[in-house]
Design a protein around this ligand. Sequence first.
Ligand code: FAD
Length: 142
Amino acid sequence: MKIFHLLYISTSIAPAKSETIQSLLDVSSKNNKAKDISGLLIYRSGYFIQLLEGDETVVNTLVARIQRDARHRDLKIVLSFKDEKRLFPHWSMGLITDDQDADMLALLSKKLTSSKIENRDNMAPEAIEILKSFSKKYRKHR
Ligand code: FAD
């Protein structure tokens, strides 16, 4: 089975406190493990960026639920793709807090959602490469 990967960006309705992020991570880790979903979460300058990977229907159902969450708004799907493997097989939800990494993906995600479709297709491989580099870098931190 190919793994469906979905990356979205959304705007936090208020500056998220570390307790809010921790509680999101706790709920997400527990729920996602049960659904065989893995991925990562970034909170940066008022934006959430989340990668979800797993079965396509299960991921889409979860995104629809997350979209209704009152803690954020304007959820936009940045990219989605299928691949043989998961990038974060051991993270039911991992938080990336490294400033440079978070900034890099946040910037690219914003660019991807605001650019025209044809440019998006050109930028998508760059975003996937960033995710793959995170996958290698954070393997040690699991
Ligand atoms: P309930 O906790 O009963 O929630 C009922 C409703 O209230 C839902 O609409 C819920 O979204 C909302 N809600 C819950 N807590 C709060 C709160 N403290 N403040 C405001 N509204 C609240 N869930 C996952 O399972 N996996 C994920 O990967 C995941 N990622 C998320 C990423 C972001 C950026 C956000 C904001 C939320 C994420 N969630 C995730 C949480 C998800 O939106 C649901 O809150 C959670 O799945 C529980 O949903 P529920 O309907 O079972 O629960």
